[in-house]
Design a protein around this ligand. Structure first.
Ligand code: ADP
Ligand code: ADP
Length: 225
């Protein structure tokens, strides 16, 4: 079977995690979220978690050496052998180069870079109302746009919903600055490589999903030819 090795690009709050969950189920891909992996390390109070926390709280990027090793290792896991969906990585050109090199060394390559585009004012609304499940961080809600059936409780497993520490207005602004200065240049980088596909992230989550799913289905067909 041909591999689908995809990355999701877009500002914080664009809906990367929301779409990744759906695409994982559609195409049987490993969903690899750097943010979720880092937050798990913080919760377990590992050395890596302690080192990462102050950057995350400030809305800055965690240093590349920490992140790159963590992700390159994860992409090599058996569940990602038939394809993966990277959510939150790469976030700068050094990370993109490290990923390309590691894949090449293993005889693999990227299939596509999916950009979910939303303007800054939408980001602020989305992140301020985001709530995530304490038991499974991939269960994501929004107080207005995607409320749970019972306030503060996850529909899927009944666990408590919480607001992330970094989803506060000041930190949101900083994360946006970091996105524009460090991550946004990757759009041109992947466009030059012929890998970029753009999606209007201001549409409903269902519409964005329909559009991305159709594109990924086409990419898969092309891989199989
Ligand atoms: P978002 O919901 O903003 O897309 P994430 O959950 O992906 O946020 O990331 C939360 C924080 O974790 C970031 O603000 C950053 O501090 C850190 N982080 C996540 N991925 C990376 C990465 N690839 N490189 C550096 N830092 C990262
Ligand atoms: P990211 O992983 O890019 O940071 P999330 O998937 O966590 O983004 O989504 C951020 C917030 O926006 C969540 O509260 C989510 O419920 C909400 N959301 C996601 N996609 C949409 C959409 N298309 N329309 C409205 N709200 C959305």
């Amino acid at each position: 079977m041909s591999e689908l090795n995809l990355i999701l690009l877009g500002p914080p709050g664009a809906g990367k995690g929301t779409q990744a969950e759906r695409l994982r189920d559609d195409f049987g891909l490993a969903h690899i979220s750097t943010g979720d992996m880092l937050r798990a390390q913080v919760a377990e109070e590992t050395e890596l978690g302690r080192a990462a926390k102050r950057y995350m709280d400030a809305g800055d990027l965690v240093p590349d050496d920490v992140i790159i090793d963590m992700i390159i290792g994860r992409v090599g896991d058996p569940d990602a052998a038939d394809g993966f969906l990277l959510d939150g990585f790469p976030r700068n050109e050094a990370q993109a180069e490290a990923l390309a090199k590691a894949l090449k060394e293993r005889g693999r390559r990227l299939t596509g870079a999916l950009l979910i585009d939303v303007p800054d004012d939408v980001v602020v609304q989305r992140l301020a109302g985001r709530r995530t499940c304490v038991k499974n961080a991939s269960h994501i809600y929004h107080v207005d746009f995607d409320p749970p059936k019972h306030e503060g409780v996850c529909d899927q497993d009944g666990a408590r919903l919480v607001q992330r520490d970094d989803d506060q207005e000041d930190t949101i602004r900083r994360r946006l600055e970091v996105y524009h200065s460090q991550t946004e240049p990757l759009i041109a980088y992947y466009d030059r490589a012929g890998l970029l596909r753009r999606f209007d992230g201001t549409r409903s989550a269902d519409e964005v999903h329909d559009h991305i799913r159709a594109t990924v289905a086409t990419l898969r067909l092309e891989e199989e030819l």
